[in-house]
Design a protein around this ligand. Structure first.
Ligand code: PBG
Length: 353
């Protein structure tokens, strides 16, 4: 679009070097800088705001008691034993963070070809859900549906030769989702990218009277290098054979994301997600614009690590970069953001940090 130029009639340009100060003025009627002249003025015209209500905190779990294990590639991020996760949930609730997303580091001895630990009612995620729901009933719990923390090969599905079997995997995912719902999960979040899983999970949940359990579909999830530190955190970097490009999306595609989102909505997704975040803001924008549904974005582990690593070396101001990246998500149309910065931002927004 070409904007009409609202400018006074052309006149002789001032002779800058020799003219007196007054004559050096440009004859501009429109000066966008006026609205930026002071903090109060900028606040009045601000189009987007970041609030604690926009934040979901992804939390890594590990076995043990009173245990916090640092994740090497994610400075400031730790895996929590269940008691520590309960403490973290209490803190998050006090800060006003609406929900946590739980991810387990499964004992390597419990990982196998069929991901059977995913269906264990006493697995780490299920025990954490029960413990957090008991102590902090008012925080939302989001659980990830995908088999990668449980498979010996690190894939999100059942592997046969070199193929990830779609329908066989969906059958297991439905049981995994039910296992999580029975443990008290409020939102089931399939991140596996198998075809048809949202509809199958919806039907499964409804068949056990979990019709109020929401589905947050990782609808447009790309095969991304930015998941590296997450795979460290859940221990799949060591196990993963090959890559996930036969099920996660090609980063070159955008229309395909709309088809994926349309399918998940048709199948019953309550909320759709785009992942990763910052490199895919065009997708967030298109999805929000097209479907007018709640859209979440995931600022993934690699995005977090990049900001922190640069900040640690003094290349950028970490706090400012963190806030700028999050307001960018809001501007693109995201309703909420999964971010490892959640507690830090919540404190900042409350004037505590
Ligand atoms: C597992 C899953 C992944 C992430 C969330 N769920 C990794 C993957 O697909 O390999 C990535 C999150 C992050 O990088 O922060 N299905």
């Amino acid at each position: 679009m070409v904007w009409p130029l609202i400018q006074r009639p052309k006149h002789e340009p001032p002779a800058v070097q020799t003219a007196p100060a007054a004559a050096r003025k440009l004859d501009l009627a429109v000066r966008p800088r006026r609205n930026r002249k002071a903090d109060w003025a900028r606040r009045l015209v601000r189009e987007n705001n970041l609030s604690v209500d926009d934040l979901i905190w992804p939390v890594f779990l590990c076995e043990g008691e009173n245990t916090r294990e640092p994740v090497g590639s994610m400075p400031g991020v730790e895996r929590f034993s269940i008691d520590e996760a309960v403490r973290a949930a209490t803190e998050a609730a006090a800060l006003g963070i609406p929900a946590l997303a739980l991810f387990p580091f499964t004992d390597p001895g419990l990982r196998n070809e069929e991901a059977s630990e995913a269906l264990n009612p006493a697995n780490l995620v299920c025990r954490a859900c029960r413990a957090i729901k008991r102590e902090v009933p008012d925080i939302g719990l989001i659980t990830d549906v995908a088999l990668d923390p449980y498979t010996s090969h690190g894939h999100d599905g059942i592997l046969h030769g070199e193929r990830i079997l779609n329908d066989e995997t969906v059958f297991v995912l439905v049981q995994q989702a039910l296992n999580q719902a029975r443990a008290g999960a409020d939102i089931i979040a399939p991140s596996d990218m198998m075809d048809g899983r949202v509809g199958a999970i919806r039907a499964g949940l409804d068949s056990e009277n979990f019709e109020d359990v929401q589905i947050l579909a990782y609808a447009a999830k790309y095969a991304s290098a930015f998941y590296g530190p997450f795979r460290d955190a859940v221990g799949t970097n060591a196990t993963l054979i090959g890559d996930k490009r036969t099920y996660q999306m090609d980063p070159a595609n955008s229309d395909e994301a709309l088809r994926e989102v349309a399918l998940d909505i048709e199948e019953g997704a309550d909320i759709v997600m785009v992942k990763p975040g910052l490199p895919y803001l065009d997708i967030v924008f298109r999805v929000k614009d097209t479907f007018v549904m709640p859209v979440f974005a995931y600022q993934v582990s690699g995005e977090y690590a990049m900001i922190l690593a640069a900040a640690e070396r003094g290349f950028i101001d970490g706090d400012k970069a963190m806030l700028e990246s999050l307001i960018a998500f809001k501007r693109a149309g995201a309703d909420a953001i999964l971010t490892y910065f959640a507690p830090r931002i919540a404190k900042k927004l409350k004037g505590m940090g």
